[in-house]
Design a protein around this ligand. Structure first.
Ligand code: BTN
Length: 149
């Protein structure tokens, strides 16, 4: 027991230090997704509310793509353990559509931040009979372009 004590102490310190060094995932900054779309999240406030801009690489319309605003919210619960869930809406400046994204900010096995998301893109249709074809669904994976800090 006496011989094991220093070992246990070292193990405890090592685990403690590791716990302190665990990298957290931050939404703030510039991101690019698997389609080549760019997104900037300028800041996240104390309540988890954030805003930014989105430049999509693709469109379901024939309109010219323009930079569009986004507004979102991040979970602030302590159970999030540095990998928070979030959602945001992009109100497209150049079309009648709206996209909502939901996702989680992860730190991968290499220490790289990655946003795994799912989205719903709601297009405007002329009448209720066309409602069935108004919503597209998909996934996007975002990686960090450059930190604002
Ligand atoms: C539109 O076509 O009406 C607006 C642009 C929609 C772009 C979609 S949103 C989901 C997917 N992810 C992207 O980065 N772009 C497309």
């Amino acid at each position: 027991m006496v011989r094991a004590t220093p070992f246990l102490l070292l193990l405890f310190l090592a685990l403690g230090a590791h716990g302190l060094a665990v990298k957290k995932c931050s939404l703030t900054g510039r991101w690019v997704n698997d389609l080549g779309s760019n997104m900037t999240i300028t800041s996240v406030n104390a309540k988890g509310v954030f805003a930014g801009s989105y430049h999509t690489a693709v469109t379901a319309t024939s309109n010219e793509i323009q930079l569009s605003p986004l507004q979102g919210s991040m979970q602030k619960s302590p159970n999030q353990k540095g990998q928070p869930t979030f959602g945001f809406t992009v109100n497209w400046s150049f079309s009648d559509s709206i996209t909502v994204f939901t996702g989680q900010c992860f730190v991968d096995e290499y220490g790289k931040e990655v946003l795994k998301t799912m989205w719903l893109l709601r297009s405007h249709v002329e009448n209720i009979k066309n409602d069935w074809k108004a919503t597209r669904v998909g996934t996007n994976v975002f990686t960090r372009l450059q930190s604002l800090e």
